[in-house]
Design a binder for this molecule. Sequence first.
Ligand code: PMP
Ligand code: GLN
Length: 401
Amino acid sequence: MQPLKDQNALLSGIGTTIFTVMSALAMQHGAINLGQGFPDYDGPEDVIEAAAAALKDGRNQYPPLTGVPELRQAVATHNRRFYGLEVDPNAEVVVTSGATEAITACLMAVLNPGDECVLIEPLYDTYLPVVKLLGAVPKLVRLSPPDWALPRAELAAAFGPKTKAILFNTPMNPTGKVFTAAELAFIAELLQRHGAYAICDEVYEHLTFDGWKHIPLMTLPGMRERCMRVGSAGKTFSLTGWKVGYITCDRSLAPNVAKAHQNLTFTTAPNLQRGVAVGLMKEDAYFAGLSASLQAKRDRLAKGLAELGFGVLPAQGSYFITTDIRPLGFNGDDVAFCRALTEEAKVTAIPVTAFYASEGAPSHYARFAFCKGDAVLDEALARMRAWLARRRGEQLTAAAG
Ligand code: PMP
Ligand code: GLN
């Protein structure tokens, strides 16, 4: 008998996602989890009610491949209402099981083995493995703190004759960056020059602060037919466990996106889709209230972290703030810091090196999620304050001894 052959080398070579690793560590140590980005409060009552009621009215078999009509219509209406995008709900929307699946489906729709795909570091954890699993070649371009501005020369240099697509995220996890109109115009120009597509991960589209507005690349001239715009009910309705995503793209792209989805999951739970349709039709005040509430949480956590001595980087959007841990005088990198914070302070954050794939990543940043109840944020700050004081006390004792 022959020994079993090797499994997929790429999957065997990568670890479990940092979010699961840190959440497990948080559980193990009874830590407040400001690591994995999920709210500790529920989404809107009417959205949940609609999904619950939808379970009871006999539409529990396979929904249509591209999504239930109510949700496709709601996605189209949402596109017109917020961005002035005219979208055909029957030919230009594909509903998926979360943005994670949506991003994979969009990559599958356009990439052939050997094609190059431009990615922007720091990057979300699924991007790189999926690009590689498809046999495509990632071209990484790195943003640098503290302002994470787009390095235009490097980006232009990453594009070439083999570039098929760019995949990027705005508002951006983990940096909190919102791409400016000028940056988007620069990307648009490169895409046109190279006949390339864009997969636009816009899951935090409604989570922008301080007057920053999210601009979908798809709204720029010449971008309508080449962008695949990805949204997530998880973020827009604080229901991350639902895993309902939606792709808006031109009718020329939608058939391939739908065929990718057909081979990944085929469909998504119909009652959740119907709940999300109710959500997307909610009044303007809901969307304004969501960003206002998260902005207040960002401010609460940012202020507290700054008082503790962290270097707090600006965040114009998303669920996250990035902090520079160097001013704390911690002896170790971001991974050691986040481990010690979890085990000793009983607060969990994510080491930002997890969002880098290439050599030479900065290793002194920790990401904190602020999508938590105010009392939880306050308690996390109190725990960190006590921990830092204990550490300073120990250092003084050691110095005196
Ligand atoms: N993209 C980014 C940047 C994210 O932060 C997340 C968070 N989960 C996702 C995609 C995936 O979204 P979903 O949970 O809808 O799959
Ligand atoms: N998007 C979430 C984050 O960045 C995590 C999602 C996940 O755990 N896969 O924290």
